[in-house]
Design a protein around this ligand. Structure first.
Ligand SMILES: *Cc1c(COP(=O)(O)O)cnc(C)c1O
Length: 351
């Protein structure tokens, strides 16, 4: 069963009719040796073409990603981090002072911030005690102004994946765009939703090179959606949103898939070890099961432990102030040595 909703009706009219900026290089096609169309400096000292504007549609990277992700390049949008895609989705679908979105805390903080920036109401429907979606409450909270629903799976900061049936249910029954943020999918035992795109025109999947791929500095976020929506995102984005140096770095890194696989494997092995060792720390109440490269831990006096770790030069994330995360710390999996230091420090602090 698929949603009877026509996602295009959700696009703001001025965005549908928007005429995109046409760059010098957009208007040229064919072979040329002399480029006098974009007012660039003609000298190319490093022979890297840094003097030239970069490819606005990042075709090389999209071809590489198309093979890695087994999806057509037409389904791929690239942004300056996932954060740019989130911002663009607000611009495309939400009218300030009128539209609203639904988020399910505790979750990634950027959805809420972006909603505030666009003067869009953020309706919060808490996760259940076991950090799953409250599907009935979400559908009840939704109204005719609800344009987007953000689902983070595996969820940050809790680490668990969201139940497949619940997401399926919402894809079919929520009358808006469903955005599944899969920033941690490469660490997950669950499959990506990428291969269900054909069945759901109202689905957008966010992934990033910032986590498993080790390229947080390159700022490269991927969105996967139906080709018409991809075209709209391309129309709304700044023309040269991914810099040339970034495109080159990313393109080189994507050829090293074996090294990537090896690192992910190592991180997962370290995660399982860390998970075991954390259970033996005095005062630890719960080590949550995780599908990501971080672990949520409930521990007595989380705040003071957080401070004492800092005194030992180790920074984790204090999540103890947020809903359903009482006395919780979020700990990213580091190298073997870093994890050993963390465990030793925790033993010193708690005994
Ligand atoms: C880290 C993270 C991102 C990454 O955002 P980028 O802008 O691509 O670096 C996105 N979503 C979630 C849930 C994250 O935790």
């Amino acid at each position: 069963m698929s949603n009877t909703l026509n996602w295009k009706d959700l696009v703001l009219p001025h965005i549908l009719s928007l005429q995109a900026y046409s760059s010098a290089r957009d208007e040229f096609s064919g072979d040329a040796k002399v480029f006098l169309d974009a007012n660039e400096n003609p000298f190319d000292e490093e022979q890297q073409s840094w003097n030239r504007y970069p490819d606005p549609l990042q075709k090389d990277i999209k071809h590489q990603l198309s093979e890695i992700k087994e999806i057509s390049t037409k389904n791929i949008f690239l942004g300056n981090g996932s954060d740019e895609a989130i911002d663009l989705l607000f611009r495309v679908f939400c009218k300030g002072g009128e539209s609203n979105i639904i988020t399910c805390p505790p979750t990634y903080g950027m959805y809420k911030v972006s909603a505030s920036i666009h003067n869009v109401e953020n309706i919060e429907v808490s996760l259940t005690e076991d950090y799953q979606l409250d599907v009935d409450a979400i559908l009840e909270a939704a109204n005719s102004h609800s344009k987007m629903l953000f689902i983070c799976s595996p969820n940050n900061p809790t680490g668990n994946s969201i139940r497949k049936d619940d997401i399926q249910n919402l894809l079919e029954n929520f009358n808006g765009v469903v955005i599944i943020d899969e920033a941690y999918i490469d660490f997950s035992a669950q499959k990506s939703w990428i291969h269900t795109l054909e069945n759901h025109s109202n689905l957008v999947i966010l992934q990033t090179l910032s986590k498993a791929w080790g390229l947080a500095s390159a700022r490269l976020g991927m969105s996967f959606a139906n080709p018409e929506l991809i075209k709209i995102l391309n129309k709304v984005k700044p023309p040269y949103n991914i810099s040339g140096p970034s495109q080159k770095l990313v393109s080189d890194s994507l050829t090293k898939k074996d090294a990537f696989d090896k690192q992910v494997k190592e991180i997962l092995a370290e995660r399982d070890k860390l998970n075991q060792e954390l259970q033996d720390i005095p005062g630890v109440k719960k080590v949550y099961a995780t599908d990501a490269n971080f672990i949520l831990v409930k521990i007595n006096d989380a705040k003071s432990i957080y401070q004492k770790l800092i005194e030992k030069g180790i920074v984790v994330r204090d999540r103890s102030n947020i809903k359903l995360c009482d006395n919780c710390l979020r700990i990213a999996v580091g190298t073997e040595k870093e994890n050993e230091n963390l465990i030793a420090a925790l033993h010193q602090i708690t005994t």
